[in-house]
Design a protein. Sequence first.
Length: 75
Amino acid sequence: MRIRMVKCKDIGIDGCNYIAIGNNLEEVEQNMLKHIETEHKELLDGMDEYEIHALKHRVSTFLGRSCGCGHLEKP
């Protein structure tokens, strides 16, 4: 089985070295969203509903576009 991962930096949260790791895309996405909700609550508190949706969408998009190794280059 292939391990999948995404970093906070990959989705635009600079200054955090957290890496969500899992065995499948859904597991990684849930791990990252849980991390954001607990460790970046202040970031979420400053966002409206649309911005929160966009952040969650970035997690899904990143995982869908990359190999999941956490090394997708930003354009």
